[in-house]
Design a protein around this ligand. Structure first.
Ligand SMILES: Cc1cc2nc3c(=O)[nH]c(=O)nc-3n(C[C@H](O)[C@H](O)[C@H](O)COP(=O)(O)OP(=O)(O)OC[C@H]3O[C@@H](n4cnc5c(N)ncnc54)[C@H](O)[C@@H]3O)c2cc1C
Length: 121
């Protein structure tokens, strides 16, 4: 769940907040049942106050996110090495998520430094 209006205040009127809930997959049972299940989980996470939140809209977006069903790759050790002088980074060799994309960047940068150190006198 993201409090989108903390990203941009233009997403909500003054004094209000916009919260976005992402539900992976495409749950059966229609929107009414989905909204009820999501509402119950929000109360579980954020307390009874979440029961007073107004539902605005539901969008079903096909293929919005990659499939992250287990078993998944170990995101802490993507291999950045392709061939001498060529390195790769990004979530494609890891798990979807900005933090894992950043971990892969760091590992690629370290691999580049190690590779370059071979050329230093
Ligand atoms: C709808 C949605 C919601 C998300 N929400 C979250 C979230 O809440 N939290 C979170 O942590 N992550 C979220 N993610 C995932 C997050 O956006 C990605 O994990 C992250 O952007 C991956 O970074 P990356 O640099 O590996 O790839 P990207 O950000 O996809 O960057 C790859 C770049 O390479 C460029 N490119 C592709 N092919 C070529 C080419 N041939 N030549 C040159 N350039 C090329 C693309 O244009 C792109 O700019 C979300 C993703 C989506 C789609």
């Amino acid at each position: 769940m993201q409090a989108s209006s903390r990203v941009s205040f233009q997403y909500a009127p003054a004094g209000k907040s916009l919260a976005c809930v992402v539900v992976p997959g495409n749950p059966d049972g229609g929107d009414a049942a989905l909204i009820e299940r999501v509402g119950a989980q929000l109360v579980d996470w954020f307390g009874r106050q979440a029961g007073n939140w107004d539902h605005l809209q539901t969008f079903r977006i096909s293929h919005a996110l990659p499939d992250q069903s287990p078993p998944t790759r170990n995101p802490t050790c993507p291999d950045p090495w392709v061939r001498p002088g060529v390195f790769v980074c990004g979530e494609h060799g890891s798990l979807p998520g900005i933090q894992w994309a950043m971990v892969s960047r760091r590992l690629a940068a370290e691999a580049v430094l190690t590779h370059l150190s071979d050329f230093l006198i």
